[in-house]
Every structure is written in C-alpha cells, then in structure tokens.
Design a protein around this ligand. Sequence first.
Ligand code: BTN
Length: 246
Amino acid sequence: SRFAIAWIDSCASTNSSLMERMPGDDGRAHVLVADRQTAGRGRRGRQWQSWPEGSLTFSLLWRFAAGTPAPAGLSLAAGLAVARTLERIGVSGVQLKWPNDVLVNGEKLVGILVELQPARDRSLAAVIGIGINISLPPGAHVEHHAGVTDLARALESPPPSRPALLAHLLAELQQLFDLYAVAGFTALKSAWEQRNAFAELPVRISGEHAAVDGICRGVDDDGALLLDTADGIQRILAGDVSLRPL
Ligand code: BTN
C-alpha cells in the first residue's frame, strides 16, 4: 500500500508527532491516527478540542518532489479532498471557508492544519492534520460555541465507522495530491470555488496587526484569496490570517 498507518491511543498532537519524528522517505505516505490528543492544535496558535470516539483526528505526511507547484494551495487542496469525501458519503451542502475549514450549513465540521517542512534538496514534506467531528457529546455544540457541527447531524443515516471514514479520506487525498503534484492548484481551482462559502460576499480578513474588509472574489491559481477592497483587488495568502463574514 502507499500508506503506512499507525493508530495510537493518545498523543499530544498528531501533527507535532509527525513533524518531530519525520519518518524517512520509504515511498509511502505515513499516517498517524490518535484516539485522543492532549494538546491538539488549530491554526493561528489555537487549541483544537476533540472527543475520543466522537472525533477522527489524524495527520498525514506527504512528500512533494523538488519543483512541484507552489505549496500555498495545498491546504485548499486538502479541504477540497475532505469536502468531496463528505459529499461521497452523502453529506449535502458542504462548503469551504478559505483557506481550509469545511462547513456544513455554515457550521464547522472539519478543521485542517497544514505544516510544511522544506528540505535542502528543495523537496517538501507536508504534514496535513485533519480533525473531523463525528458525533459530539450532548451539550458540546452549546458549550463549545455555536458554529460547530458534527457528521451525525449532517447525515441522515448513521455516520461511517472511523476506519471506514479514514479509508475514504485517504483515497480522496491521494487523488488530489497526485494531481496537485503535476498540475498545482490551478487544476483544482474551479472545484474549490464551486464550494466557496463566501463567494461574492463581504468578509473581513484579520491578521495579527491589521484587518482588511472587502468582497470575496474567489481564489487565484496559487490558492490566494482575492479580496475586492476599496483600494482594488488584494491577494491574501493564507499564513496567519483568518476570515470572517461581515
Ligand atoms: C483549525 O481548525 O484551526 C485546524 C484544526 C486541526 C486539527 C487537527 S486534529 C489532527 C491534527 N493534529 C493537531 O494537533 N491538529 C490537527
């Protein structure tokens, strides 16, 4: 198989474990799944809370050869792969929130954290961490602020088991990353934009120091957000910014 999968009880963060251990290149994509994370990480230094049994949390190490297209679109590609997986198992109304949240009915179902480690030979190791809410404990929606949902609510039938869900996700991720490696984000742009939750809507992009408002005009060939501001179109790179509706 092209995947080497380790499924463990617990760790601090599957992303941190893979980044620290950085398994040697044996031609396989290494996957680390943990039933529980004691220090799950989100984007922009946030925590990621998950529930044993109620979530699927894993990270995938994917290597891109030197000379593959700009990595900026990778996190969008990962979001698209997750969205397509959810659609395939029967979830409707799946949307993407730039750069890489996956929403259903405007609520967050999946969080993705992509961390990159460029090598000296200019190849790239990408650790893609994915956390999916499958069925949150009663009260979690309320307690954990509105805007969070789970697969049990998004599906009319019972959600698949975690191993089955993982298998679906890995197949889809493999397909999109293989395409990305040869054609870059350009090949995925229109599929991404079809699911853009904020297309043509006013949004605020906040960085550490400043915020900028504009109308979301989709993304470009690198996966940068195109924001139509009072000063014209600005390209926003994912980095350390967040988007919220205005
Ligand atoms: C976000 O929404 O800000 C991203 C959340 C990413 C969570 C996943 S769970 C598996 C992997 N390990 C981590 O520590 N984080 C990611």
